[in-house]
Design a protein around this ligand. Structure first.
Ligand code: FEO
Ligand code: CA
Ligand code: CA
Ligand code: CA
Length: 629
């Protein structure tokens, strides 16, 4: 959960009256929404009352410069860039990328993505920040590029992926800093973690190194994120296929394996040094990625891969509670024509009794969404023995249903979507939003036709949908939906393309981050959007304003806020990314961007100059110390 009530849940010792907070949540997803908004409508609908606070900043213009611009009256600083040491005793970043693999294990990874702030003692000025390192550019992280390959380079790549847990605090002068911390750490593509839930131990998860199918090394493709009511971090494995040497086109693989290999593009040489990354040598290793992984920021316990939530290219995990306090997790599978899922726990969450916490994401029901005509929807259960999911249809047991969730979803007739990226639960409105980033193949010959929820052929700019669960209960099996924004929304003053990251702050403002692909940014069809950016959307009034524009060829993601709304953290991912994602020649380093330590920004920031672009976490505050937005 990203809204205030759940932030309070994450610190149960701070709750003087937990039952009140439970009631607040129920009211949020249910009663209040029902009172304000009797039907589903678009943002311009007449029944949208003006009860929400208006956006309080002036929208900024688009930018194609290699700098960060934020709205007037705001300051930004870099908090944590690629190579910054996790603890102050760790190795400093070397601007020629000559840090060793061993150094990289103790430093910020690359491709900062999903991120959550976990308050310490309920504080809005001191907490843990968990953030993902989705990927890396093998041509950027070594002094002379990715070739020739070596074990050391492979190891450095593995150390640059995964997750960071850091402790951060705002000092008396209002400046956020990283602190040394007993739990600050890197989790990488080599860190041991456990499989949990119905598929743990399954024959398809067993390998030579782990014949029990229960212990995995690493997490990969850590895209977006989530947070549980009990204060843990969820990191979601998305494009894991690009880390494996997969069979060439035409080589024999099963239908299920093939389904999980679509659009794969090998981006490293790890398989030359570790057999597990070579599908031909250790095929089941591939099945051990594509999961949601739970991490406790407050202790160094092994992360848990929660198999009950299904295996696909996970974007984020948006949590809420049902009327009866079942834990509900909304998830998207980010590929063209893939699906939206929901998990409902069997047990219920009790903020006063954490004895069943481990079961909540292990035992429950996985559903997939059908968006029906007339703006109705249905959640279809993916349970072995139901809806035709049995041995005859290729699913021997529930483990198989979860490991091949995409095929189970095909089988029950789920609705193909235009690349589901983030989902977000708007507690005050009792609605769920999903960004469908784009799908140029929609409606083209040989591809699925349009449907009512994905209604535009060749949808190159994407859209955002909203829905409301029946009976205002997140555990319901039916819902009603409507469009929120069809990008670029010609009638609006502010235009954007390819919505991706989303966060709803404590006031109910929807923050949208865009991800137009690097090869398309500022080309003819996209020049009106400029570089990727952050928008603030008031979903009640329909007001949309541009808050931030990023440097050249970056994507913007991971935006989150402190419980008091006065600090905003956001990630700049892959500034200067070349087409295809990897720097091919060493002389191309810095060709498009040298942000943040190039000429333009380093002087302003008082940082040493470096010709190598670096992913980074920004911290943004209002100059007068007020609430952001
Ligand atoms: Fe990692 Fe779908 O974005
Ligand atoms: Ca994304
Ligand atoms: Ca994206
Ligand atoms: Ca990305």
């Amino acid at each position: 959960m990203k809204t205030n009530p759940m932030d309070e849940f994450s610190e149960p010792t701070e709750c003087s009256n937990p039952s009140t907070r439970r009631d607040v949540l129920k009211l949020a997803i249910g009663g209040l929404a029902g009172m304000l908004l009797p039907g589903c409508s678009t943002i311009s609908g007449p029944e949208m009352g003006g009860t929400q606070p208006k956006l309080g900043f002036r929208s900024i213009p688009i930018s194609s410069e290699d700098v960060v611009h934020v709205a007037p009256g705001y300051d930004w600083r870099i908090l944590y860039a690629w190579g910054d040491p996790v603890q102050s005793s760790g190795p400093e970043f070397k601007s020629d990328a000559s840090n060793t693999a061993e150094d990289q294990f103790q430093q910020a990874g690359c491709h900062h993505d999903g991120m959550e702030f976990f308050p310490i003692g309920g504080s809005s000025t001191h907490g843990y920040l968990c953030l993902n390192h989705e990927s890396f550019d093998d041509g950027l992280i070594h002094p002379g590029g990715s070739l020739p390959t070596s074990q050391e380079k492979a190891k450095k790549g593995m150390a640059s992926c995964g997750v960071s847990v850091i402790e951060v605090k705002r000092n008396d002068r209002g400046i956020w800093q990283r602190l040394d911390s007993p739990v600050a750490r890197r989790i990488t593509a080599m860190s041991p973690m456990l499989m949990a839930g119905p598929a743990a131990g399954h024959a398809r998860l067993q390998t030579r190194v782990d014949p029990q199918g229960r212990t995995v090394f690493g997490t990969l493709g850590n895209c977006a994120a989530g947070r549980t009511p009990w204060g843990t971090y969820l990191t979601c494995e998305e494009n894991f296929q690009d880390f494996f040497k997969l069979p060439d086109e035409g080589e024999r693989v099963t239908k299920a394996e093939k389904r999980y290999m679509a659009d794969a593009g090998l981006m490293n040489h790890w398989h030359e040094f570790e057999d597990r990354f070579d599908f031909a040598k250790e095929p089941n290793e591939y099945n051990r990625f594509g999961w949601v992984v739970e991490i406790d920021p407050r202790q160094k316990a092994p992360p848990m891969k929660r198999t009950a939530l299904g295996r696909f290219r996970h974007e984020n995990a948006a949590l809420t509670l049902s009327k009866e306090n079942h834990v509900v997790v909304y998830m998207g599978d980010d590929s063209k024509f893939e699906y939206i899922y929901k998990f409902v726990s069997k047990g219920v969450y009790d903020p006063d009794d954490h004895s069943n916490i481990d079961d909540l994401l292990n035992v429950g029901t996985l559903y997939v969404a059908q968006f029906l005509d007339s703006r109705q929807g249905k959640w279809v259960e993916l349970t072995h023995g139901k809806n035709g999911l049995n041995k005859d249809s290729g699913f021997a047991d529930q483990g198989e249903v979860l490991i091949h969730a995409r095929l189970a979803a095909d089988h029950v007739g789920a609705t193909t979507m235009d690349r589901p990226e983030w989902l977000a639960v708007h507690e005050q409105l009792g609605e769920v939003f999903v960004s469908l980033t784009n799908n140029s193949k929609r409606g083209k010959s040989g591809y699925p036709a349009t449907n009512e929820a994905n209604s535009r052929k060749k949808n190159i700019h994407g859209h955002i949908l909203r829905w409301r669960e029946s009976g205002a209960d997140a555990a319901a099996t039916t819902f009603s939906w409507s469009p929120l924004i069809l990008c670029p929304d010609e009638e609006a003053d502010v235009h954007f393309s390819s919505p991706d990251g989303m966060h709803i702050d404590q006031r109910g403002i929807l923050w949208v981050q865009t991800d137009v692909s690097s090869s398309k940014l500022n080309t003819k069809k996209y020049e009106r959007f400029g570089n990727n950016q952050v928008l603030a959307v008031d979903p009640v009034s329909g007001d949309v304003r541009r808050f931030l524009t990023g440097p050249v060829r970056c994507e913007i993601t991971g935006l989150t806020t402190t419980p008091d709304g006065k600090t905003l953290f956001v990630n700049i991912q892959h500034p200067g990314q070349p087409n295809g994602g990897q720097t091919k020649e060493p002389q191309d380093v810095g060709k498009y961007s040298t942000w943040p330590d190039g000429e333009s920004e380093s002087a302003r920031m008082g940082r040493p100059q470096c010709g190598r672009p670096r992913c980074a976490t920004l911290v943004i505050q209002r100059k007068d110390g007020g609430v952001v937005g």
